[in-house]
Design a binder for this molecule. Structure first.
Ligand code: ADP
Ligand code: ASP
Ligand code: MG
Length: 830
């Protein structure tokens, strides 16, 4: 069943109160230039139809780095040129992006003047403290915030600029501050609450409890987005950048790197930790903690699906490894010797590094404990060397240990993939490839999680190493598959089997493939391959941005079995427990899809070729899949639609109707009732009267019900409210017009009425010998009228759909296969 969308088709009046939050982060390249701001506006407008978005922005490309360099040069009074560069770029951008909106010009000029003052201050004292540096660095995002908020306003979107210093609370560790999550959550809920405008928030920035500005570390805007997503319990965090998602390698290093459609949180964490800067490594944890899907999308190609990151991604068809990353500048510090005393060399070595506050990226130790070495960030190398020399001074003097050695100009290369632990010989292949290329390895480490193999090479060899490993694991020779299937082959989905179908196995496989509405590619690819392998003729119907519906036939369809393949958030993987199959989509609707596929297959094997399968996308969102399918040249006379109906045939379902009511008052001081008139009081009285209204009842479906979902209005307790607005949704049991008429009559001129989307009440065909029921929810069925007389049936209960405990009983799942077969035979015989 659909969550909100079926109740919010595009033509509906926008409803905000019940919509989830969504965080959209636009990186440096994505905020640079008017055409990119057009894209941002398009994306934001689209998300506003089904979520309440929060936009997070980075500084324009290169600005943070320019500010950093300017602050260094300012100590010698030489920042002028860079300052001019920043001024010119932003003045130009205000003109390009906002058409020179006066309020944006003013805000930008104020910040540019602040930049100039800060540089003068640095020059005066001759140094730039970390605290001052944070003030300087904050300017990039603050400038961007005004540009984008103004640019979106100019494109008709109501926005407000929000400085993250008012939202993100941090410690006082300037330049690399730590976030205080509870304090930030409280502020985010207060500051970013819905008030009708889209907040445009600065990424990368925070402030201490006392209001001192801080920054979150290089590339930290991704982290800001995750922190805000966490605080607002967003339904998804989207990172918009200049590549088609997370790729098998940095495309600047490996030109034929490929985008990855699905990844697990752990895999992204590893890839980003080892240098894939497409997302900041800190981004993962907040999302993972609250099970918030993370997607990486491309502003250059906004309709591409990008990469979807969820707790566990389906296994890759591209092999056991997901990607290769590198950290291109590290130093190697090595210590050899036998030591003395009881404490191990390694532990004393690590203690010394700790004392020097060095950042250790990789540690490798010989098993004899005679040799230990670490890869460090370049800044850590000298302090670490001094600390280690000091710690082992005694042994060095008596010749038990050698002097520690340093090798600068090294790099770390890491091979990452969840699938590596199940497959032996990966390390052998990696090192074999490097041997062939003559690349020498300075140190090796394998993560105990077996998610990565990482090693140190000389810096000049790093990119050759990445390219050689990529070529070995992701060969480019054309595959044996036909061209149309090529794209599918590059995606991530388990290989389908062509043997006999088992409904529980199939349901489990379908659940394991995340397929949030809008991200159904992997699951439709899987089903396409599966049905093709079983002899079905499958047509793919484009819906949007490469998303497709699947229509499978064997002959001329007279009965169509149909359900959807998308799910609501949040993904959770399949598990079997106590005779039940749990997982997102278990009952709504992947269990159903599996049962329909098995039933259709079994009928086909028995020679019945008049059954079609129609599997649509987008049902949980805006029914865009069903709307597209409505125009296909369907041949069937009967449509069996699947939704969780507790294994009963549905005789009727309620319809729905949305309405907005608006009262207007006269604002005045509340101490003088004679001067004003309260819109809120008027609304309260009207709602009470509406409750007494006699609305239709139906023998089967029961009462018409109405839910006042949101109320907005008033500005303060001591002011008569000028306006009040209510969004309500009515569950219909019959004709909508009758309900509209009665409400219109009662309301009269006491309020304005704005009717929203209407989904009609639906009657279904029923069959003798089947238990029947009614349902109060709506489905895709009214849209699919062209597919034949509707019936509705499915295993599982709507009470479990969309919950964290979504499940279907294995017994019900198995009997659904035979029931679908019985239904098909019964209608064909009628
Ligand atoms: P933004 O300014 O949008 O935050 P970044 O420059 O921080 O963008 O990150 C995007 C860049 O990350 C890409 O242009 C790409 O060169 C680089 N990158 C490194 N490794 C990868 C990878 N594995 N997949 C995709 N992009 C990668
Ligand atoms: N502008 C900041 C930086 O370049 C943060 C970001 O872009 O993510 O580090
Ligand atoms: Mg970035």
């Amino acid at each position: 069943m659909s969550a909100r969308s079926k109740q919010t088709p595009p033509e509906a009046a926008p409803s905000h109160g019940d919509l989830p939050r969504r965080v959209l982060k636009f990186g440096g390249t994505s905020v640079t230039g008017a055409s990119r701001v057009d894209v941002i506006a398009r994306v934001v407008r689209d998300r506003m139809e089904r979520t309440r978005p929060v936009v997070v922005v980075s500084a324009m490309s290169g600005v943070t780095e320019t500010l950093r360099r300017a602050s260094e040069l300012a100590t010698r009074g030489e920042a002028g040129e860079l300052l001019r560069e920043i001024e010119t770029r932003h003045r130009q951008a205000v003109a390009d992006v906002t058409g020179g909106r006066p309020e944006v010009v003013e805000a930008v000029e104020r910040l540019l003047a602040e930049a100039s003052r800060l540089m003068q201050g640095i020059e005066l004292v001759g140094e730039c403290s970390p605290r001052t540096l944070d003030q300087v660095l904050s300017l990039g995002e603050r400038l961007s915030m005004h540009l984008i908020a103004g640019g979106l306003c100019a494109r008709g979107i109501n926005t407000r600029a929000v400085d993250a210093a008012d939202v993100v609370v941090t410690d006082d560790h300037h330049v690399e501050a730590e976030v205080d999550f509870p304090a930030t959550e409280e502020r985010a809920l207060a500051v970013l609450g819905p008030n009708g405008s889209v907040p445009v928030v600065t990424g990368f920035l925070g402030a201490t409890k006392t209001g001192d500005r801080t920054t979150l570390g290089k590339g930290g805007s991704d982290y800001s987005a995750a922190v805000l997503g966490w605080a607002l319990r967003a339904d998804e965090v989207e990172i918009w950048t200049d590549v088609p998602g997370v790729m098998t390698a940095d495309p600047r290093v490996v030109p034929d790197a490929r985008p990855l459609r699905n990844l697990g949180f752990n895999e992204v964490l590893e890839l980003s930790h080892w240098g894939a800067k497409v997302v900041h490594p800190k981004t993962v944890r907040p999302c993972r903690d609250r099970g918030i899907p993370l997607s990486i999308r491309n502003t250059l190609s906004p309709d591409d699906p990008g990469t979807l990151v969820t707790p566990r991604a389906p296994a890759s068809t591209m092999g056991p490894i997901r990607g290769i990353a590198s950290i291109d500048r590290v130093g190697l510090l090595q210590l050899n010797g036998v030591g003395h005393g009881t404490e191990s060399i390694t532990s004393r070595f690590v203690q010394a590094l700790d004392q020097a506050r060095s950042t250790v990226l990789l540690l490798s130790q010989g098993c004899s404990e005679r040799s230990v070495c670490v890869a460090l960030t370049p800044q850590s190398v000298r302090p670490a060397l001094r600390a280690v020399e000091k710690a082992f001074e005694l042994e060095r003097r008596v010749g038990l240990m050698d002097d520690p050695t340093v090798e600068d100009e090294c790099a770390i290369v890491a091979v990452v993939g969840e699938g590596m632990k199940d497959q032996p010989g990966i390390a052998g292949k990696v090192f074999g490839v490097l041997g062939e290329k003559g690349i020498s390895i300075r140190a090796i480490a394998q993560g105990s999680s077996e998610l990565n193999i990482s090693f140190v090479v000389r810096r000049e060899d790093a990119h050759d190493a990445v390219r050689a490993i990529h070529a070995a694991f992701f060969p480019t020779e054309p595959s044996a598959r036909p061209v149309a299937a090529e794209a599918a082959a590059q995606q991530e989905s388990p290989a389908p089997r062509s043997g006999p179908l088992d409904v529980v196995e199939l349901a489990t496989e379908l659940i394991a493939i995340p397929s949030l509405s809008g991200h159904e590619h992997a699951v439709t690819d899987f089903v396409l391959d599966l049905l093709t392998a079983h002899g079905w003729k499958v047509r793919t119907q484009p819906v949007s941005a490469g998303r497709v519906n699947l229509w499978a036939t064997r002959g001329t369809g007279e009965v169509t079995l149909s359900t959807h393949l998308d799910t609501v958030p949040h993904f959770f993987p399949p598990r079997r427990e106590g005779g039940k199959l749990y997982g997102r989509g278990a009952c709504d609707a992947k269990g159903i899809a599996a049962a329909m596929i098995c039933a259709a297959q079994s009928l086909a094997e028995a020679g019945e070729e008049r059954v079609d399968l129609l599997l649509v996308v987008g049902e949980e969102l805006r029914s865009d899949g069903a709307r597209a399918a409505a125009s296909l040249p369907a041949t069937s006379r009967w449509l069996v639609n699947g939704e969780p109906t507790e294994s009963k045939l549905v005789s009727a379902s309620k319809g729905s109707l949305r309405v907005v009511l608006r009262t207007r008052g006269q604002e005045a001081h509340s101490a003088y009732p004679e001067l004003g008139r309260s819109a809120v009081e008027a609304m309260v009285a009207l709602l009470a009267d509406l409750r007494t209204l006699d609305l239709p009842t139906d023998r089967l479906l029961g009462d018409t019900t109405m839910n006042v979902g949101t109320i907005r209005g008033g500005s303060a307790a001591n002011v008569f409210a000028g306006e009040c607005e209510v969004e309500a949704m009515i569950r219909l049991v019959g004709d909508a017009q009758q309900v509209k008429d009665r409400i219109t009559q009662l309301v009269g001129d006491r309020a304005e009425l704005e009717w929203g989307s209407h989904i009609p009440t639906q009657r279904f065909h029923t069959l003798d010998g089947f238990e029947t029921t009614t349902v109060a929810y709506t489905s895709d069925v009214p849209i699919l009228a062209a597919w034949g007389t509707p019936l509705m049936f499915g295993p599982g209960s709507i009470h479990h759909a969309h919950t964290e405990e979504e499940h279907v009983s294995l017994q019900d799942l198995k009997s659904a296969v035979t029931t679908y077969e019985r239904i098909v035979r019964a209608v064909l015989a009628s």
